[in-house]
Design a protein around this ligand. Structure first.
Ligand code: ATP
Ligand code: MG
Length: 348
C-alpha cells in the first residue's frame, strides 16, 4: 500500500466561493470563483477597488450575510471544517472564539449603551468559564497590550467617549479576547489619521508574534499591503485578478490591473509627482460585467481572446498566478489607447 503523504491542513482554505444576490428577478453574481489559502501565522492581503467584493467575501466566510435570497456556493474550510452552510448556532460558537472580525467602523462592533470593558468582559464570558473578576483582569491586560493608556479606567468608558484610534484598539482587543486563530480585518485603518494608521498596522503585524494569529487583511491600499502582508490576493469585479507572495507580485505584477494599482501608490520619499496616476474609468457594475475579462474596458493591453471568457488563473511565478492572457500570448505591440483613441481621450 502506498504510504500516505500527510499535508498540514491550512488554517483557511477557500475554494470556488461564489456569492450572488437576487435583483430584478434574477441572481446577480457579486463574488465569482474566489479561491485562496491562508496558512497558520500568515497575513494575507485582500485588495481591490471599492465594490470589488472584499467585504462580501469576508462576510460570506464569517456566515454574516443574512440578505434574503442570497446564494453562497463553494467551500471555505476552517481547519478542515466547512463554514459554507454551517448552521448559525455552530457558526456563532466559532465566531469570537476561533475566528474574529474587526470592522472599518468600530461603532459596528460596540453597542453605545455599555462600557467597552463590559462588552469585552461579556465576549470572554460567552466563550470561557471565568468569573467576572477574571474576565475584567483579562480585558484590562488586553487593552494594555493594545497600547490603550490607563486601561483599567478606559475600560469603564463608553464607546463614544473614546477617540477613533482608541475605539479601534478596543475593538481589536475585543476581537483578540479569546485568542482567535483567524482575524479578519476589514479596512481597519481607513477611518484613522496617518499616525494612528501606522500604529494599528504595527499592532496587526505583532499579533502573529504575541497571539500566533493569522490575518486576512482587507484593504484598498497597496501601501498597506506592502507593509503588512506576506501574500496578496487582488480582487477585481468579484474575481481574482492575481495572487501570490507580496514581494513577487510587487516586483513583477502579472496582471495589468495589479500593475495599475501599484503605479497609483504614492512614493514614500522623494518629490511627489504633481498628480498620481489613477486608473481611468471605473469597474463595471455587477449587472454589466462583460462576458470576458472584467478589466477589458480599462486595460491598455486588450487581446482578442480577452473578450469572450474570463481568463483563467495561470502561473506567472513561484506561487504567483494571474488571470490574464498576456503572459502566454505576449503583449500586443500597441496598447489600446494608442491604437484606437476613444472620444474620452480626445482633447476637448
Ligand atoms: N446585501 C447585498 N445585496 C445586494 N448587493 C450587495 C449586498 N452587499 C453588497 N452588495 C454589492 O456587492 C458589491 C461588492 O460589495 P462589497 O461591500 O463586498 O465591496 P468592497 O470591495 O468591500 O468595497 P469597499 O472597498 O467600498 O468596502 C457591491 O456592488 C455591493 O453593492
Ligand atoms: Mg468593504
Amino acid at each position: 500500500m502506498a504510504a500516505e503523504i500527510s499535508r498540514p491542513v491550512p488554517l483557511l482554505e477557500v475554494r470556488d466561493l461564489c456569492v450572488s444576490f437576487p435583483s430584478g428577478g434574477r441572481m446577480i453574481p457579486i463574488v465569482e470563483h474566489v479561491s485562496f489559502t491562508l496558512g497558520e501565522r500568515e497575513i494575507l492581503g485582500l485588495v481591490g477597488e471599492s465594490g470589488s467584493g472584499k467585504s462580501v467575501t469576508a462576510m460570506a466566510i464569517m456566515g454574516l450575510i443574512d440578505s434574503p435570497g442570497v446564494r453562497i456556493t463553494g467551500s471555505a474550510l476552517f481547519r478542515g471544517q466547512e463554514l459554507v452552510g454551517l448552521p448559525p448556532a455552530r457558526m456563532r460558537r466559532l465566531r469570537g472564539k476561533q475566528i474574529a472580525m474587526i470592522f472599518q467602523d468600530p461603532m459596528t462592533a460596540f453597542t453605545p449603551v455599555y462600557t467597552i470593558g463590559w462588552q469585552i468582559d461579556e465576549q470572554i464570558r460567552a466563550h470561557e468559564r471565568v468569573t467576572r473578576r477574571q474576565a475584567r483582569a483579562r480585558t484590562v491586560q488586553l487593552l494594555g497590550e493594545m497600547g490603550v493608556p490607563d486601561p483599567a479606567r478606559t475600560a469603564n468608558r463608553y464607546p463614544h467617549q473614546l477617540s477613533g484610534g482608541l475605539r479601534q484598539r478596543a475593538m481589536i482587543a475585543m476581537a483578540l479576547s479569546c485568542n482567535p486563530a483567524l482575524l479578519i480585518a476589514d479596512e481597519p485603518t481607513t477611518a484613522l489619521d496617518v499616525t494612528v494608521q501606522a500604529q494599528i498596522l504595527e499592532l496587526v503585524r505583532s499579533l502573529r508574534a504575541t497571539h500566533g494569529s493569522s490575518v486576512l487583511m482587507i484593504t484598498h491600499d497597496m501601501g498597506v499591503v506592502a507593509e503588512t502582508c506576506d501574500s496578496t490576493l487582488v480582487l477585481y469585479s468579484g474575481r481574482v485578478a492575481e495572487t501570490g507572495p507580496t514581494d513577487l507580485l510587487f516586483a513583477h505584477p502579472g496582471h495589468p490591473y495589479t500593475a495599475a494599482l501599484l503605479a497609483s501608490i504614492p512614493p514614500l520619499d522623494g518629490p511627489r509627482p504633481e498628480r498620481l496616476p489613477t486608473i481611468a474609468g471605473a469597474p463595471p457594475a455587477p449587472l454589466d460585467r462583460p462576458a470576458g475579462c472584467a478589466f477589458d474596458p480599462r486595460c491598455d493591453y486588450v487581446h482578442e481572446s480577452c473578450r469572450f471568457v474570463p481568463p483563467p488563473l495561470i502561473p506567472v511565478g513561484a506561487g504567483q498566478e494571474a488571470a490574464c492572457v498576456l503572459p502566454t500570448e505576449g503583449r500586443p505591440l500597441s496598447p489600446r489607447h494608442v491604437a484606437a483613441p476613444t472620444t474620452q481621450d480626445a482633447p476637448a
